[in-house]
Design a protein around this ligand. Structure first.
Ligand code: PMP
Length: 416
């Protein structure tokens, strides 16, 4: 049963038990109406209240600037997962860039076509398999000639991910006027690589799917931030996006579909169009309001269990994440005859702890996983593309679970 195990899955991932207990009740009867939460209209007063409360909790946790002016940010709930946003960032950022250029050339479409051909660049940091996928989607949509790889960390480390090369080696597009977006994945879930600070870049876009709500974020340095909910925040089904007003009307001029078509640039599905979703407060089409409710409850719980009188509201959760990951890494390091942590020490993820069991062969890792399962420690197998062991240390993994796992790491090392 649930209280006999600890689950370290990489996503979908554990959720706080009290939230799931409440969820099982509201599935049958929301707000004493007799109607279940998945049955209510996404346009009802109840649904609107859920949406507003979730947006409010997220604004508090990450200090997201609230204003209608250019410095404000909108919080959107979308579908299509993190992968949907790989496409959405390209479609929306390119539309905003082209719209801006049209104004600069005074509406001259022939001139604009030249500008697009010669200048348009999408900069990508490739530091793991998810940012690689995002960069490939950009090349699929706009053509590889418009995609500039700022860094590919495999080139700095035997063809494998596991470092973030130093800034002096980055090859960002020199002229900011050309850069429609600069993309990075804050935490690479498969490779266990996490940025230790916000990288520099023009029109910065971040994928925070796997470290959302685990530390403060410099929101105002970004044009857009997104994350699938199914790791630190909630259930599979919604993606959260934090979008700068600077790339939304009325602050940004956007390219019309007819113009994009003429320029040979992609026109995306309306459900991925941030301005449309923002204008409709995420209710353009049927929003899975149960998923929003879960995310809201998880966020409200973070505010409750880590109260702060000053400073960022997410600081308490950050301290807990750091404590758990430090315990696990120090246990691995102090048994380095048995365990080998995959990424470089300088970029180790607090969320996805990737290591190999020495002997290096499958048999050693199978034995490790079997022993873990016998102790009720589940979900530790590494991603199929890289193998090895991966401990996902998301917010809903209790300190006691990390302690039990650290004890197992010790015990296994002793007898190995
Ligand atoms: N980005 C990151 C960092 C991820 O870990 C994942 C999924 N594990 C994705 C994007 C893709 O998300 P989805 O499966 O929701 O499309």
């Amino acid at each position: 049963s649930r209280d006999q195990i600890h689950y370290f899955g990489a996503g979908p991932a554990p959720l706080p038990t009290p939230v799931l207990e409440e969820a099982s009740k509201v599935l049958l009867n929301y707000n004493d109406s007799g109607v279940g939460i998945t049955e209510i209209s996404h346009r009802s007063a109840d649904a609107n209240a859920i949406l507003a409360a979730t947006q409010q909790a997220l604004r508090q946790l990450l200090d997201i600037p609230e204003s209608d002016g250019p410095d404000g940010y909108q919080i959107l709930f979308l579908q299509g997962g993190g992968s949907g946003e790989f496409s959405a960032v390209v479609l929306n950022m390119v539309s905003a860039w082209v719209g801006g250029k049209l104004k600069e050339v005074g509406g001259d479409e022939a001139k604009l076509a030249e500008v697009v051909k010669n200048q348009l660049k999408l900069d990508y940091f490739v530091t793991g398999s998810w940012s690689l996928k995002a960069s490939q989607e950009a090349a699929r949509l706009v053509g590889g000639e418009h995609v500039n790889i700022v860094t590919d960390s495999r080139k700095h480390r035997d063809g494998k991910f596991g470092v973030i090369p130093v800034q002096s080696t980055w090859t960002a597009t020199a002229d900011n006027a050309s850069t429609a977006l600069t993309y990075y994945c804050d935490n690479e879930t498969v490779d266990g690589v996490e940025f230790q600070s916000t990288p520099t870049g023009h029109n910065l876009v971040a994928d925070m799917s796997s470290n959302f709500l685990s530390r403060p974020v410099e929101v105002s340095k970004h044009a857009a931030i997104f994350g699938g909910a199914q790791k630190n925040v909630g259930t599979t089904g919604i993606t959260i996006a934090i979008i700068s007003n600077r790339i939304l009307p009325p602050h940004a001029e956007l390219a019309k579909p007819e113009l994009l078509r003429k320029l040979g640039l992609p026109v995306g599905p309306v459900v991925l169009d941030w301005p449309t979703i923002a204008k409709n407060n995420s209710l353009y089409n049927t929003l899975p309001i149960f998923d929003v409710w879960i995310a809201g409850k998880v966020m409200e719980r973070l505010l409750q269990i880590h109260p702060t009188s000053s400073g960022p509201k997410i600081a308490g959760q950050q301290a807990e994440s750091d404590k758990k990951s430090q315990l696990l890494y120090s246990t691995l390091d102090s048994n380095s005859n048995v365990y080998h942590v995959v990424p470089d020490k300088s970029v180790r993820s607090r969320m996805n702890i990737c290591f190999r069991v020495k002997g290096g062969d499958d048999a050693a890792e199978k034995a490790f996983l079997k022993g873990a399962e016998e102790r009720g420690l589940l979900g530790l197998k590494g991603h199929r593309s890289v193998g090895g062991i991966r401990i996902s240390n998301y917010n809903a993994v209790p300190v006691a679970a990390a302690e039990k796992l650290a004890k197992y790491l010790q015990d296994y090392a002793k007898q190995a």
